[in-house]
Design a protein. Structure first.
Length: 170
């Protein structure tokens, strides 16, 4: 199955200055649970923003327009449509994890979406999730999280909801 997994603010912001503009440990735990032992498809900028080791226990596919780009143990494709035509997921789910351009190309071919909406507005965000025609999607599950600190340690900087959507059958 092709699945979008994304976290964005109320205005669709997904990134700022090459990184994620919030701390949401509960969302990261959800991301890890869903994507471990699956395939993660991402753009070059998303790949480069990841800490090392880069998403252990996952097959990583990096899409880049730069023909000189290499990504260690990850597979690199230089064209989204070539990747989709020739890559065999061997029964595993493919999670499209960003960034903006990857989401734009992947949304039309995805059947499921895990959409984390952060109850915040990030000023000067420089990467955004594309506009969605929500009439094509059905909300099947939602879980809300509150701000969470343990001592001085921040687990969830903002309140947020993780929403699971399935594409409506036509």
């Amino acid at each position: 199955m092709n699945i979008v997994i994304v976290c964005c603010d109320k205005n669709g912001a997904i990134g700022k200055n090459g990184g994620i503009p919030w701390t949401l440990r509960s969302d990261m735990k959800h991301f890890k649970k869903k994507t471990t032992h699956e395939i993660c498809v991402m753009g070059r900028k998303t790949y480069e923003s990841l800490p090392t080791p880069k998403l252990p226990k996952r097959k990583k596919i990096v899409l880049s327009k730069n023909k000189e780009f290499s990504a260690g143990e990850s597979e690199v494709y230089f064209d989204f449509y070539t990747f989709m035509r020739y890559f065999d997921p061997k029964g595993k789910d493919m999670y499209f994890i960003g960034g903006e351009e990857i989401y734009r190309m992947a949304i039309p071919i995805c059947d499921k979406m895990f959409f984390t909406e952060v109850d915040a507005v990030i000023q000067d965000a420089d990467a955004h999730f594309p506009e969605i025609d929500w009439s094509e999607w059905e909300l099947v599950k939602e879980k809300k999280y509150e701000v969470l600190y343990k001592g001085d340690f921040c687990f969830n900087q903002y309140p947020f909801s993780i929403k699971e959507y399935n594409r409506k059958k036509i």
